[in-house]
Design a protein around this ligand. Structure first.
Ligand SMILES: [Zn+2]
Length: 340
């Protein structure tokens, strides 16, 4: 099959489009012909080098395609079915996995991180990872959904427990997680304030349901939040930007507010003033992906059309270097997807 592999860590030039052997299908697995695979910032981190990644390695977490072959021990699926893949790897039998907390499994990793991913024509995965998709979604749209939507759902619903009437600050409203978080917060009847780097992106974020937009290059986020909330602050801040916005996110919280974070795109080193943490009774929550149950829950809303995938553009798989360069420039609104 054709695949893109990295044989060393580095810039986009290490992405190599080449012929490799087809994956061997185990009897408890399903072989999927990949039609689309979305990019995430994780692809950039893995390409540049993360511990636990064995070379050569295939990137790509978010896969949609068609079932090519069903393993002997698997029932309930047939070749030709249109599906997407749960973007995670877990053991399936430890205490955490059987309790439905797959993202706390000791073997847990994201597809394309410590295990090979979907930047290739064929991928073999356990049946539990395979989820049929409705005809209303094309493969590019379907591939754009799983990682960012399960991440945002776990942050807002699973951890922060958002409810009607709350105010939610979504940092980076034009990113994949931001776009999912805005829509999920609106689904739960929250008021949403979001940030982006230009007026066009803010306009698109408002079209998705955001009530207020802050231009983070021209305005100070916490000051705008104070103005919008009548000095009260927000109930929940959804962080994934990291060092560049951390202080502003903390300052934007109301007393006993919650900051939930799933990333550090602009860097991991931040300061926390402990006096503010305890005196203002803030809650800081770390979030990593989500559970299989949460994935099914959020996909139900996507399949019903209540949450919408947002695709910026698609590149053919053999132009993956251009796709990585495009993602690194952060000009997009929504997901960048590879199509096969
Ligand atoms: Zn496990």
């Amino acid at each position: 099959m054709k695949a893109v592999r990295i044989h060393q860590f580095g810039g986009p030039e290490v992405l190599t489009y080449e012929d490799i052997a087809d994956p061997q299908l185990r009897k408890d697995q399903i072989l999927v012909r990949v039609k689309a695979c979305a990019l995430n910032h994780l692809d950039l981190w893995v390409r540049k080098g993360l511990p636990g990644v064995k070379l050569p390695h295939i990137l790509g977490s978010d896969v949609a395609g068609e079932i090519a072959e069903v393993g002997e021990y698997v029932s309930g699926f047939e070749p030709g079915q249109r599906v997407l893949l749960a973007p995670m790897h877990y053991c399936g039998h430890c205490a955490k996995c059987v309790a439905g907390l797959q993202n706390q499994c000791r073997e847990f990793t994201v597809l394309g991180n410590a295990v090979d991913g979907g930047n290739c024509e064929l991928i073999a995965v356990p049946a539990a990872n395979v989820i049929p998709i409705p005809d209303s979604l094309d493969f590019v749209q379907a591939a754009s959904v799983p990682l960012v939507f399960v991440t945002a759902w776990h942050m807002l619903v699973g951890l922060a427990g958002v409810g009607p009437g709350q105010t939610v600050l979504v940092l980076g409203g034009s990113s994949g997680v931001g776009i999912a978080a805005i829509q999920i917060a609106k689904l739960f009847h929250c008021r949403v304030i979001t940030t982006a780097g230009d007026e066009t992106k803010l306009e698109k974020a408002r079209a998705l349901g955001a009530d207020h937009g802050i231009n983070h290059y021209k305005q100070k986020i916490s000051e705008e939040v104070r103005r919008i909330t009548n000095k009260e602050g927000v109930d929940v801040a959804v962080e994934h930007v990291g060092a560049a916005t951390w202080d502003e996110s903390m300052r934007s919280l109301k007393t006993a507010g919650t900051l939930v974070t799933c990333g550090a795109t602009t860097g991991p080193d931040v300061k926390i003033d402990l006096r503010h943490l305890f005196a203002r009774q803030l809650r800081l929550l770390g979030s990593y992906m989500g559970t299989m149950g949460e994935l099914h829950e959020v996909l139900g809303h996507v399949f019903a059309g209540r949450l919408k995938p947002v695709v910026d553009r698609a590149f053919p798989l053999n132009e993956i270097r251009r796709a990585h360069e495009y993602l690194e420039k952060s000009r997009m609104f929504g997901k960048v997807v590879l199509s096969l």
